[in-house]
Design a protein around this ligand. Structure first.
Ligand SMILES: [Zn+2]
Length: 268
């Protein structure tokens, strides 16, 4: 895996050059997207550090974020993956999470325990699809539910998802993963979200530039569907990550399931 810097340069009144001059000079080492004014550059090359020195010397303003880019070998070698989706679907209850969840505590507004089935705004839900709802829940189309059932994978249950019009038959299914993994290995760089002073609920942020690790000796505790022991996220809806086996990923790829993302996890 390689770490990629996502850089935005801008001018200050004191800048000695234009951002464009540096973008052209380092053209060989960067990818520049003019639509979002973003430079992408690997952080493990000497030119990255030279570039940063030049940015400073020229008094340009810089903002930087990072992400990991996994190699084909990372994917080929991994036996487990974080399942996600880039497809976000809106909820009918965006302003009233209390309609769906039990309010955990009056201080932190964290919603975990679900008391009602999800209702999404989308009128239709395409087949062969995985999506993420406003409440940070993974949902799948009915044919993906059947695919999971046909494979006999354990520790995953389904909760119906409705839309406002069709309240009688589900248009999708929420994945309820029941198998909880041991805590993540300390090598994973977790940022802790300040715990609630009242209910002491703990949550973390997995920074996008760090991979997730588990201890090698715990690998036999993994099933085809798993959820992390830890909760992630700082808003209303902290959630565990869903981790699936290579078997599940291979099956989803073979059946061309849309919008599912798989991020390899590592053992150490
Ligand atoms: Zn609380």
């Amino acid at each position: 895996m390689r770490k990629v810097a996502k850089i935005v340069l801008s001018k200050s009144p004191f800048s000695k050059t234009e951002p464009q001059t540096l973008i052209e000079k380092y053209g060989k080492y960067i990818k520049f997207d003019p639509d979002i004014n973003q430079i992408r550059m690997y952080t493990d090359i000497p030119e990255y550090h030279e570039f940063l020195l030049e940015v400073r010397a020229n008094l340009l303003r810089i903002s930087q974020g990072f992400e990991l880019e996994y190699s084909k070998e990372d994917y080929d070698r991994a036996s487990y993956f974080i399942l996600g989706s880039l497809r976000l679907v809106d909820s009918v209850y965006e302003d009233e999470p209390e309609a769906l969840y039990v309010r955990r505590c009056t201080r932190c507004n964290v919603y975990i325990d679900q008391k009602q089935d999800l209702i999404i705004k989308k009128k239709t839900f395409r087949p062969k699809m995985v999506a993420m709802t406003w409440e940070e829940e993974l949902i799948v189309s009915p044919d993906v539910k059947s695919l999971i059932e046909e494979n006999g994978w354990e520790h995953v249950e389904f909760r119906p998802v409705f839309n406002k019009v069709k309240k009688t038959s589900p248009i999708a299914y929420q994945l309820i993963v029941t198998h909880i993994l041991p805590p993540i290995h300390a090598k994973t760089e977790l940022n802790r979200v300040a715990p609630c002073p009242s209910c002491h609920f703990k949550s973390f942020r997995l920074t996008p530039e760090h991979a997730m690790y588990y201890a090698q000796e715990e690998i036999d505790q993994f099933a085809d569907f798993n959820r992390t022991f830890e909760y992630f996220g700082s808003g209303f809806f902290p959630r565990p990550y869903v981790i699936v086996s290579k078997k599940v990923r291979d099956c989803f790829l073979k059946h061309q399931i849309r919008d599912a993302t798989f991020e390899p996890i590592f053992f150490c």
